[in-house]
Write a protein that binds this ligand. Structure first.
Ligand code: GDP
Length: 408
């Protein structure tokens, strides 16, 4: 009898515990259903969000097209919930290379037109006289061809006219075309070197393109446009925001990248070390086996020694992980000879392998192409022909010269 009483008390206590557990579970379940408690797994933000790795630099991840993450710890939640998440914006499709070239060809040709109109006025005269030579030289100078090349071109035309007795405008014009083409040297290698490379340790490494130039010339925009060109060619790209002096510059770059599903390695804080961002970007690019790492830099020009230090350090740390494939110098076509002086400083401190001439749309100073190539001894590889995301074209000598000499 005593044993039975103990058993009954034990059963009652057990029953109370079971009831309490059941009630607790139901309350907690109904809370979760009504959404009042925080999910145990934080949701992945739908768009790029900088920061958070706790390292020197972090990666701004682009949105992943077509994926929505469901928190795994709450599988009993109504299946409709994933639809409530904001849909990740799909990455843009950059303009295919073929279409882009067809569209920009006309624009490249037109970019030199104001220059051409001026020359045309002289070249439409029946005979070219002494005053006309001066006028041709003036037109070349005003188009920023530069004093040396302008004088050389006119001297060549003059000699040709004297020797051959040809002074009619058509002959002079044909000769001028030949002189301009020759000065721009169509035989120069204008391809972008983005082949896979061998790292110093013998392993595979991505191509690394460093982009330098004065602020405001269009560096970041060019990196953004170039990213789109490479994505359109099915390349895997990673961006490095080594312009750490303005947070806005890194934001701008991440935005360009995110639009086409490309990640950006950036500093966690404004004023971080540009070289370590460049290094992290290249190391990460290696680890992820991307095809190309594009590194944007700051263009501060307060003095040559500082610039040399900064770019030198960036180049050295990158070289520990992968050889530099290209150093592109960005130059604003509208700044003329002044821009050229600044470009000269960059060319002295960095081993520039190619020039990107931006803002060639709508400037009458297309002749800067000739001056800059001459001065720096480096080919113009790409030209910016507008503010649109796909307004970047390979530089083509003959098309450009035909544009300069086009009628109106
Ligand atoms: P950064 O300081 O050198 O990085 O220069 P940004 O990339 O911020 O560009 C400065 C300005 O130039 C922006 O307003 C760009 O839209 C503009 N820009 C860049 N490239 C071109 C171009 O080819 N044509 C025109 N019209 N504007 C351009």
């Amino acid at each position: 009898m005593r044993v039975n009483q103990t058993e009954v008390i034990g059963l009652i206590v057990l029953g109370v515990i079971v009831v309490a557990l059941v009630v607790g579970f139901v309350v907690s379940g109904s809370r979760r259903r009504s959404g009042t408690s925080a999910p145990t797994t934080p949701r992945t933000p739908p768009a790029a969000s900088p920061g958070g790795s706790g390292e020197r630099s972090s990666v701004a991840a682009p949105p992943t097209p077509g994926t929505t993450e469901v928190p795994s710890a709450v599988p009993d939640i109504a299946p409709a919930e994933p639809e409530a998440l904001p849909a990740a914006p799909a990455a843009e499709e950059p303009e295919p290379v073929g279409g882009r070239l067809a569209r920009l060809r006309g624009r490249l040709a037109r970019s030199g037109s104001p220059f051409g109109a001026r020359l045309l006025a002289v070249l439409s005269r029946d005979q070219i006289g002494e005053d006309d030579w001066d006028e041709i030289e003036e037109a070349l100078l005003l188009a920023d061809v530069g004093a040396g090349p302008s004088a050389e071109i006119v001297e060549r035309l003059r000699t040709h006219a004297r020797v051959n007795g040809l002074k009619d405008a058509a002959a002079v014009r044909a000769n001028l075309r030949a002189a301009l083409v020759e000065m721009l040297d169509p035989s120069l290698d204008r391809t972008l070197h983005i082949d896979p490379q061998i790292a110093p340790d013998g392993g595979p490494a991505p191509a690394v393109v460093l982009v330098v130039g004065v602020n405001g010339t269009g560096k970041t925009t060019t990196v953004g446009k170039l990213t789109r060109v490479l994505v359109a060619e099915d390349k895997d790209v990673l961006l490095g925001a080594a312009d750490t002096f303005r947070a806005a510059a890194a934001d701008q770059l991440s935005t360009w990248g995110a639009r086409v599903g490309v990640e950006t390695v950036r500093s966690e804080r404004e004023g971080g070390d540009p070289a370590s961002v460049a290094f992290d970007a290249v190391r990460r690019g290696r680890a992820e086996q991307v095809d190309v790492v594009l590194v944007d830099t700051a263009g501060r020009l307060q003095n040559k020694a500082d610039l040399m230090d900064e770019l030198g350090k960036i180049a050295r740390v990158i070289a520990k992980e992968a050889p530099l494939s290209e150093v592109l110098l960005v130059l604003d076509a509208t700044t003329g000879q002044n821009g050229l002086n600044q470009a000269r400083v960059f060319a002295e401190v960095a081993n520039v392998t190619g020039i990107v001439l931006t803002k060639l749309d709508g400037t009458a100073r297309g002749g800067i192409v000739i001056a800059v190539q001459r001065e720096l001894g480096v080919p113009v590889k790409l030209v910016g022909l507008g503010e649109g995301p796909d307004d970047l074209a390979p530089f083509d000598v003959e098309q450009f010269v035909d544009g300069i000499l086009a009628e109106g």
